[in-house]
Design a protein around this ligand. Sequence first.
Ligand code: ADP
Length: 323
Amino acid sequence: VKCVGILTSGGDAPGMNAAIRAVTRAAIYNGLQVKGIYRGYKGLVTGEIQEFKSQNVSNIIQLGGTILKTARCKEFMTVEGRQIAHETMVKEGIDALIVIGGDGSLTGARIFAQEYDVPCIGIPGTIDNDLYGTDTTIGYDTALNTILDAVDKIRDTATSHERLFFVEVMGRDAGFLALNGAIASGAEAAIIPEFSTEVDQLEEFIKSGYRKSKNSSIVIVAESEITGGAMHYAERVKNEYPQYDVRVTILGHLQRGGSPTANDRILASRLGAASIDAIQEGQRNVMVGIENDEIVYVPFTKAIKNDKPINKELVNVLRTLSI
Ligand code: ADP
């Protein structure tokens, strides 16, 4: 490998810039050429590509978003689109691809690497933390801290008015942000997709003695078709328990923004450097991750299985501490 292409794809996450910087600098350090591909896989189809020198990634480690932009690319979902992408790579002399993104982006990389003899390395970049084989993903810690900040503020007004708040957080079909956000903000409960088919989490919350000694309550709800979202629970409470004063806050896209936390910058720096090590070692079709503070290579097929388990201990901690 002489030249690596790098792109950010799918949903953006704080810390993607730190990862772009790390990949670029580690590649140059190892004598490789680097090309930045704009707007995810779209840039491979349209040829929007630029050579990156060390200075191109100066002063970006602290920035949210992604300087390479991100996009969803329908063409790349087709055989013809991926053929154009491959032709672009050949033309540009790019002989390995580093993809920073979530589940969907790594699925695209896996399919592309099956069709063409191109080493593809994935870097987990998503606030949802839903990639298997890595303890956390780039952006997750920052989003969690944003949630804390928001819930602390909601707590002030919830307490003043003695209200029950349902706060909806992101996570797609994973409850990591909701569960850990609830523990860290001292919320009374979390409603997460992982348990939605097992128990009625609202009933459980009310039965566990909601309002025994409290003058406000905050329930964090993971956005997901499986949970139905915060609105769904607020409507249910209004119908079934009209005595409660209920409000809903949907945090939305503010969870995707902001300057990355120290943890996310360090994670992104380590994974970015590890992606170049992986290429140098001849790895292909793997995601770089961190497990128990060690770099690991996780085959794409395993990383995108999408059933990363929720730690039951965390569920118990939340339950125990919210009495
Ligand atoms: P994320 O990476 O955040 O999960 P998406 O699911 O939107 O985001 O995927 C991002 C992009 O990855 C898509 O727009 C598409 O270009 C590519 N992609 C996703 N799934 C596939 C697939 N099955 N085949 C080819 N490309 C895919």
